[in-house]
Design a protein. Sequence first.
Length: 172
Amino acid sequence: MTDIKVFLLFLLDNVGYPMDYSSIIEMVSENTEEILFDYDECLRELADDGHLLFDEFEGERYYMISDTGRMISSELYDSLDAEFRERSLKYAAKYSSLTKTGAVIKATVTEVGGRYRVNMRASDDRGEIMSVSITVTSREEAEKMRRNYEAKPDGVYRGILFSATGRMELLS
């Protein structure tokens, strides 16, 4: 039961926004060959212990990790089996979204010595999520990058994560 609780906290921490029960169970079933544990009981206990926040809306249950759940997740992250943790990250990547987390998106273009730097940032109530700068030779290209990030922050964020990790599933 402890492993599955750590797994649930890990997934919700990586997703970063409230998820409905059906989506959580879908993630769990995609990531495990057999459902051996009572996930309802684990979710209920995590909520009772204050590690998950829980609400119900129009008959659907929604869960979100709390600050204490986030601390536990980060402390116990390495205790998950490495292969299992990697598979978990792959499935959580499909659900990651800056826009769903309510992140503040900001992009600016500044001239630097005849070239143009595009600064792309995302932050939420816990702090900075991403800060990336790219320098190009054309103002038009820099403005195009800025507009693209502002219009599609999730795509840019996933692309950067893909480039940094090599995880193809981040592009889906």
